[in-house]
Design a protein around this ligand. Structure first.
Ligand SMILES: [Zn+2]
Length: 209
């Protein structure tokens, strides 16, 4: 449901007050699960995650996809680039909060369609994914999240490039960042750095419909 929660591995005598499910281990550690709003907890045996109904359909991990694999994943697709990034069955691990900066880093408008991307743009997108997620990962995640051991992330809102920065100047060109509607989600973009029209028109002429 697009909701989050916390998974915490702590000593069983230091469990957080708010928790819905607890797994107790023989060594005195406990895995506690708490939801921000609501959710499900599923248990899968070791090595069986790729068969479990909740995870079997997940696409490849966004952080380990090679450029070659990424090109294969995009081949023949025509949808908007942002919808692709957020579809966990296509590529796993990118949330809406990170998609804004990933697309900014790649210089792509969220509504650009995949079939209009040049080879260079595909490369820029794949690099943008690594860089955009890496900025937060290096700091232990976002400020509103805890890691498995309860440590709060140090990636703060101020470190975002365009995400949630409506009206502020773009760090590259100074233009005002705008918030636009993109299907069921909102997007934050620099209208100058991320034009909807491809920067360089493709050589091939399109047949008229
Ligand atoms: Zn800009």
């Amino acid at each position: 449901m697009g909701m989050g929660g916390e998974l915490l591995l702590v000593r069983c005598d230091a469990l957080p007050e708010k928790r819905q499910v607890v797994f107790e281990f023989a060594d005195g550690d406990c895995l506690s699960v708490s939801f921000w709003w609501f959710g499900h907890t599923h248990y899968a045996a070791e090595g069986k995650l790729d068969k479990h109904k909740m995870s079997a359909k997940l696409g490849p991990n966004a952080l380990v996809v090679s450029l070659k694999e990424f090109r294969v994943m995009l081949a023949g697709r025509r949808g908007a680039v942002k919808s692709f990034l957020l579809n966990q069955e296509r590529i796993a691990g990118i949330g809406n909060a990170y998609a804004h900066d990933i697309l900014f880093l790649a210089g792509l408008h969220p509504l650009r369609t995949i079939d209009t991307l040049t080879d260079d743009e595909v490369k820029a997108l794949r690099n943008g994914i690594r860089k955009g997620l890496g900025m937060s990962l290096r700091r232990g995640g976002a400020w509103y999240e805890l890691d498995l051991y309860g440590k709060r992330g140090k990636f703060t809102e101020k470190m975002l490039l365009v995400g949630y920065r409506e009206g502020k100047p773009c760090s590259t060109c100074g233009a005002k960042i705008v918030k636009i509607k993109t299907g069921s989600t909102s997007s934050f973009i620099c209208p100058k750095c991320q034009p909807l029209k491809p920067k360089r028109p493709r050589g091939k002429k399109k047949a008229r419909s």
